[in-house]
Design a protein around this ligand. Structure first.
Ligand SMILES: [Zn+2]
Length: 123
């Protein structure tokens, strides 16, 4: 049993714009190294975290991706945000160049039209 899940989706590098499929690690739902595609339903069991946001609420958590294959851009922090809606993995967002997403332990609820906001490191 692993410590995280993976979402595999297209994303653009904030530094060079290179767009390709990336595998981003996140912690929400059953943590068993499952590779999700956008639109796929998150899996849960009794030990899953974040039960309060699991099916009814839009929510998000930080994500960790590989260095850019084109330019090497890399951050050791969460430069991705994984968005969940209706119990599904719905969006993969990339922080602007030089910025990161805060990485709360639990996934955070989002209002209907709200998006996770990135900020400078160390915020
Ligand atoms: Zn790049």
């Amino acid at each position: 049993m692993g410590m995280f899940n993976v979402v595999s989706a297209d994303a653009s590098c904030p530094q060079c714009g290179d767009r390709r499929e990336v595998r981003v690690q996140f912690r929400h739902g059953v943590l068993d190294l499952h590779v999700y595609r956008l639109g796929e339903e998150l899996r849960w069991d009794e030990s899953s975290r974040c039960a309060f946001v699991r099916r009814t609420t839009r929510s998000w958590c930080g994500g960790y991706g590989p260095p850019c294959e084109a330019c090497g851009y890399d951050q050791e922090f969460a430069t991705y945000a994984v968005v969940f809606d209706g119990g599904r993995v719905t969006e993969l967002l990339v922080a602007p160049l030089g910025q990161v997403f805060p990485d709360p332990v639990e996934a955070l609820p989002l209002a209907e039209n709200e998006l996770p906001s990135a900020g400078p490191m160390g915020r």
